[in-house]
Design a protein around this ligand. Sequence first.
Ligand SMILES: NC(=O)c1ccc[n+]([C@@H]2O[C@H](COP(=O)([O-])OP(=O)(O)OC[C@H]3O[C@@H](n4cnc5c(N)ncnc54)[C@H](OP(=O)(O)O)[C@@H]3O)[C@@H](O)[C@H]2O)c1
Length: 180
Amino acid sequence: MAMSTTDPNHHNLPMANGTLPGGVGGLHVRDFFRGKTVLVTGGSGFLGKALVAKLLRDTQAKRVVLLLRSSRPKKGQERGMSPRERLEEMLLTDAAFEGLTEEDKKSRVCAMRGDVSMPRLGVDPEEEREAGVAAAGEGEVVVFHSAATVRFDEPMPEALRTNVEGTREVLRLCNRIGSR
Ligand SMILES: NC(=O)c1ccc[n+]([C@@H]2O[C@H](COP(=O)([O-])OP(=O)(O)OC[C@H]3O[C@@H](n4cnc5c(N)ncnc54)[C@H](OP(=O)(O)O)[C@@H]3O)[C@@H](O)[C@H]2O)c1
């Protein structure tokens, strides 16, 4: 699900043919993202990784921010990896990110701690500002919401918290940053 904070009715989203409707006709998807901050939830997932790599490789988005939670500790470890450590590892080892420049990896992508099953996405307001999400001007942040549990045997309360409440929290975030 992609949401532009420019317009609550999403009328400014790119169309499948790569152009934007209404008043900005002819604008290509590549141009749509130029200079924008893109926030991605679920960026460590199957779909999210491909999306993040595509945004970095094929658009001139200023910055891609991944809302990530810490990983669970592996057997024998005291703690899991922090969101920042997870991102570093992904960029280093995941085939999806092969071929990206060191500059892109260093300066165009960052992690923001968050958990979509928590109120306010569990995001620290200070970190939100540092990531350039809250501090961006109105309409300057594009949000892709791809965090979800896709397990069919997930207990219902957990599935609802992540998939339903999580989506609601992402919409609240869009409202919050779009209304600036
Ligand atoms: N895969 C497909 O072919 C496909 C096709 C159409 C639509 N979709 C939809 O795309 C979405 C993602 O699917 P996927 O296949 O990429 O799933 P996936 O590989 O299981 O990835 C799920 C992502 O959501 C994150 N996530 C889950 N719970 C979270 C939480 N509480 N807080 C923050 N992040 C959380 C996971 O983070 P962790 O790494 O921390 O677990 C992971 O990044 C789903 O809504 C799915 O229905 C997928």
